[in-house]
Ligand binder design. Structure first.
Ligand SMILES: O=C(O)CCC(=O)C(=O)O
Length: 274
């Protein structure tokens, strides 16, 4: 893994005038991420930053912003597009600058630089709403769904609510990111939604760990880490904003005609890369 270099374009954000270097992960944190494939940053957001994110998400969910409704996804079987059944908000940073700014949060971006190297681009993001009654997400790795090489991206999953086992926290299999891309061909019905999952026999489920966090904390996970989230059996939302970072040295492996323009967040671009 790389240390933060002095060559960072986005070393400062609107919210701070401090250099990104001061938010560097410790060598113990980097080692934990390399060994386990994930890491938790307690209280990554200040109460004010969390409150702004919370308010903004509520406004989108209530249709009070210009966010395109086509990118709001509802729980399977939900008969109308009511906020109580809102499951996910897709492509937030493509449609709303608020989320590009969030991706440049100094603690999150410094962590991405520490784990990926000095040149970092924003791959995308998704906001998992997990309303009361929200269904589970089965075990998967992210990279097999992303047309990006190397399969070594970092997701910063920021808890907007307190996250517990009861309201559907994420679960991970520590160290599973070292196994490379696994077969995701098993079809699995969750409610009336069909997911593809990694077969149980291919995983050591005795090792799984819950990621329980307070609102404003953040888990970082490697894009090959096996993870899932439980059903929400509580009466409150379990919202998490997942921002996906990649090195600017990544290559696009999809249809060349469909390669998106990815935003550079730190460092520099590289010829022939994303
Ligand atoms: O938040 C969830 O329920 C699932 C999260 C997830 O799969 C991810 O961040 O990649």
């Amino acid at each position: 893994m790389h240390k933060v270099s002095g060559m960072i374009l986005c070393a400062y954000t609107a919210s701070t005038s401090k250099p990104l270097e001061i938010y560097m992960l410790s060598s113990e944190q980097i080692e934990t991420f390399e060994e386990q494939g994930y890491l938790v940053l307690e209280d990554a957001l200040t109460p004010e930053q969390l409150s702004r994110l919370d308010t903004h998400v509520r406004q989108i969910a209530a249709g009070e912003t210009n966010f395109p409704p086509a990118h709001l996804e509802y729980e399977p079987g939900a008969e109308d597009r009511r906020m109580e059944s809102l499951r996910k908000i897709n492509e937030c940073c493509i449609h709303d600058q608020f989320f590009v700014d969030h991706a440049q949060h100094p603690k999150l971006l410094a962590a991405a630089v520490d784990l990926l190297g000095p040149d970092v681009k924003l791959f995308g993001d998704q906001l998992f709403m997990k309303p009361p009654g929200g269904i589970e997400k089965t075990y998967h790795q992210d990279s097999p769904y992303f047309t990006i090489e190397p399969m070594a991206m970092v997701t910063a999953w920021v808890a907007i609510d307190d996250v517990t086992e009861e309201n559907g926290c994420m679960w991970v299999i520590p160290g599973s990111h070292k196994r490379g891309a696994l077969d995701h061909s098993e079809a699995w019905m969750v409610g009336d939604r069909q997911d593809m999952k990694v077969p149980d026999a291919a995983m050591d489920l005795t090792k799984e760990q819950p990621i329980v966090m307070t609102a404003g904390s953040c888990s970082l996970h490697h894009s090959l880490l096996l993870h899932r989230s439980g059903a929400n059996t509580s009466d409150r939302f379990r919202r998490g904003l997942a921002t996906h970072y990649m090195t600017a040295r990544s290559r696009w492996t999809g249809d060349p005609a469909k390669q998106p323009e990815y935003q550079l967040l730190a460092g520099q671009t590289h010829e022939g890369c994303v």
